[in-house]
Design a protein around this ligand. Structure first.
Ligand SMILES: [Zn+2]
Length: 537
């Protein structure tokens, strides 16, 4: 509360300019006093709802669902939203695990999004500072995507309560990033007009600190494409001359691409997995598939590299007398975040600040960083980051299909502090903290920031106007969004089904039951923080 008092106080500060006569004063501009009060109230409501935040974080962690298979997650979250008066549509854009929840009416329309999918093979016991899978080989939340919906829902419920009481107009929309790890849905949501009429998107993503940025983000955009080659089977030893190997075509594509890499710009990133390499060695593979991510810094560069890959795949088909077809699996535009909304959100980050970590939290982080042989063993971050302007030198890295959303409507991403610095991305080490008090406190802090920024948008029409002016006149001044996804590209909803089917029954034994246990750590019998592996030497 103190920080909010400071805000109120700063609002009332009157600066006496020494150059003027003593009784001449200049009032410092700031948010209207009512808004400041509402933000303090929203923070209080979010704080009062910490139990729900913790239950959502822990539940999604325990479901451990991969992209396109987030069905338990969908059931659980949409039940909470329906109980709280939201209208929920299931299976939007032809994606069975997707959903869209709305409440309220009129302007502004504020849409809160966050990803919900996990990472293969990253099953991990939370609250222990070492490697210990819950289920060997199973999926887990090795990206921390179990926490963002807790942020959004807690924030939305707090703001909804205030809107109802004060009769404030506005529409709240909650939506999930389905299969974000495949960057495989948000461009489809955009294509299908899901963001039409939305005034602003506040997106949330887990981090080890609290930050927001504007302009082009660090990282790349990408096209995700699968090439399938069709050949002719034959006995591998009896009459191989009759065969036309689809696997040869896959390998030649990869060889071609890997030679070409040297002559691509160093900021590009590209990688592939062989999805289907044939059945057994003594049958010439008649079918084979390879799945590529082609990443670059601009949409134009992504298109150029995609065209090179297309030529190489066609060349490989010619060399092997096979035929080739392709399917767009995913797409992510390079992200561009909105300046006015980022600036407003940053003021709220400053007001809320970082969570107060306990000694146990810090001991856990230290032990974990030591185990991970992190560059710096410094524990949890205690300071927020500065507002991040676009980098002068663009920096390559990962992608997020929120990029496509950011080219359809003014968008920002709040990075909230639910994880520990020193973990490896897309890896079990990014799951250790994700059902501990660290994740819970980080999500609550994030929810306070989101709620305050929603109130900024609801109470200050000028913020929405400025956001759109920036979107039209600056962001879009020299660039037009042309989606990588066409009208006939269907979402790859079958992805990950096999893996989830293999593990689902065993995962069910580990689902969190909030009616019996206060926390998931309690259910698992973990004495947090468990710093050393009792079975280790
Ligand atoms: Zn992510």
């Amino acid at each position: 509360m103190n920080r909010f008092r400071v805000l109120i106080a700063s609002l009332l500060i009157i600066i006496t300019n020494l150059g003027f006569a003593q009784n001449e004063v200049i009032e410092v501009e700031g948010p209207p006093p009512k808004l400041t009060g509402l933000k303090a109230e929203a923070a209080q409501l979010v704080g009062d709802n910490q139990k729900l935040t913790q239950e959502i974080v822990d539940s999604l962690f325990s479901f451990s669902e991969l992209g396109f298979q987030e069905f338990e997650t969908q059931r659980y979250l949409t039940e909470i939203l329906e109980e709280n008066g939201f209208t929920v549509e299931h299976g939007v854009s032809g994606i069975p695990s997707a959903w869209w929840a709305t409440w309220g009416s009129g302007k502004p329309v504020i849409a809160l999004g966050s990803d919900v999918d996990g990472i293969p093979k990253s099953s991990q016991t939370p609250g222990v500072a070492y490697r210990k899978p819950l289920i060997e080989g199973a999926p887990g939340h090795g990206e921390g995507h179990n926490s963002g919906q807790a942020v959004n829902i807690t924030a939305a419920l707090a703001v909804k309560e205030i809107m109802e009481r004060d009769n404030l107009p506005g529409t709240l929309v909650l939506w999930p990033g389905i299969a974000e790890e495949l960057v495989a849905t948000k461009a489809w949501f955009a294509r299908d007009g899901r963001y039409d009429g939305v005034d602003a998107v506040l997106f949330t993503h887990v981090s080890d600190t609290m930050s927001v940025s504007w302009g082009q983000a660090t990282g790349t955009g990408l096209v995700s494409v699968e090439y399938t080659f069709d050949g002719v089977a034959a006995h591998g030893a009896g009459d191989p001359w009759k065969g036309k190997s689809a696997l040869d075509a896959v390998e030649l594509t990869n060889i071609g691409w890997n030679f070409r890499r040297e002559h691509l710009h160093p900021l590009q990133r590209s990688h592939y997995v062989i999805v289907d390499g044939g059945d057994q060695p003594n049958v010439v593979p008649s079918k084979a598939s390879v799945w590529y991510f082609i990443r670059e810094m601009t949409a134009e560069k992504i298109r150029e590299n995609f065209a090179i890959l297309q030529t190489i795949a066609e060349g490989a088909a010619m060399m092997t007398d096979t035929s080739v077809s392709r399917r767009i699996i995913g797409a992510a535009y390079p992200r561009h975040f909105n300046k006015p909304i980022a600036e407003a959100m940053y003021e709220n980050i400053r007001a809320v600040g970082m969570p107060e970590w306990s000694e146990d939290d810090q001991a856990f982080a230290h032990a974990f960083q030591e185990y991970m042989e992190a560059d710096e063993v410094v524990g949890l971050n205690t300071e927020i980051e500065e507002l991040q302007a676009p980098l002068e030198e663009p920096k390559s890295g990962g992608s997020d299909d929120i990029g496509d959303v950011s080219w359809n409507v003014p968008t920002v991403t709040l990075r909230f502090p639910s994880n520990i610095d020193g973990s490896t991305g897309h890896h079990w080490s990014s799951a250790n903290a994700m059902a501990t008090p660290i994740a819970h406190k980080g999500a609550t802090a994030g929810a306070k920031v989101v709620a305050a920024t929603m109130l900024d948008l609801i109470q200050q029409e000028s913020l929405v106007d400025n956001a759109w002016t920036y979107f039209r006149d600056e962001q879009s001044a020299n660039e037009t969004y042309v989606s990588f996804v066409g009208e006939t590209d269907n979402p790859a909803i079958e992805k990950n089904a096999e893996i989830m089917n293999a593990y689902k029954d065993r995962l069910k034994d580990y689902y969190y039951d909030p009616s019996k246990y206060d926390t998931y750590l309690e259910q698992l019998g973990i004495d947090y923080p468990q710093l050393k592996d009792p079975d280790a030497e």
